[in-house]
Design a protein around this ligand. Structure first.
Ligand code: CA
Length: 230
């Protein structure tokens, strides 16, 4: 498994350097940003596995940035740990309501921070690994990568599998081709949008003999939707 990529967004250089040094020592790949603008360009270039986000930043606050990340499709599931110098309970509540997954109060030890990061990453991983996604008798087992329609096992290519997994995990929502490319292929991969149509076609072809192709709906002018409502 490749190293997890952590983005630290912190305006105080001393803390940034300390965190970068200790996380790199613990085997993480680390990127640093001093403000929200830098953080956004880091994220656009390569989606990290987790963001460490300082509460008090110049310009836009960490809290507002966390809310924005949780609103956007690409970053909705990106785990966030807030770094806060304030210890008040109310602030912590506000931090968690903004969508962050955990918080660490300054001053913190590198060891404590690394333990929190690992816990949050593990939480995300086990939720995904245990998952069975089901829709009207179509079942996708995330751990074994098996897809079955009733009793029959379906033979899907890797991209078709990832597409179907994404659709089944996010049903009843329309995704544009661009969004599907970001979420299924990854934002740093350059492929043309009509590639999405090719793989949708292949996926439907595998589902068709079992009558499940209708679950993948074309929404004219918008994109595709996985829906059990016909
Ligand atoms: Ca700060």
């Amino acid at each position: 498994m490749s190293a997890k990529r952590i983005l630290i967004v912190e305006d105080e250089q001393a803390i940034r350097d300390m965190v970068m040094f200790s996380l790199a020592g613990a085997g993480f790949e680390v990127e640093a940003a001093a403000d929200v603008r830098q953080a956004q360009s880091c994220i656009a270039e390569h989606l990290p596995d987790l963001v460490l986000l300082d509460w008090m930043l110049p310009g836009m606050s960490g809290i507002d940035f966390a809310r924005r990340l949780k609103r956007e499709d690409l970053t909705r599931e990106l785990p966030i740990i807030m770094l806060t110098a304030r210890a008040e309970e109310e602030d912590k509540v506000q931090g968690l309501e903004s969508g962050s997954d955990d918080y660490v109060t300054k001053p913190f030890s590198p060891r404590e921070l690394i333990a929190r990061i690992r816990a949050v990453l593990r939480r995300g991983a086990s939720a995904a690994e245990d998952e069975m996604l089901c829709a009207n008798g179509l079942t996708l087992d995330v751990a074994s990568h098996r897809v079955s329609a009733g009793e029959s096992l379906l033979d899907l290519g890797p991209t078709e599998y990832r597409l179907l997994e994404f659709f089944m995990a996010h049903p009843e929502r329309v995704y544009s081709r661009g969004q599907l490319l970001d979420r299924v292929w990854g934002s740093n991969v350059y492929v043309e949008e009509r590639t999405v149509d090719v793989h949708i076609r292949r996926l439907r072809k595998v589902l068709e003999p079992h009558g499940y192709d209708a679950l993948i709906q074309t929404v004219r002018g918008a994109g595709y939707r996985f829906s059990i409502r016909v």
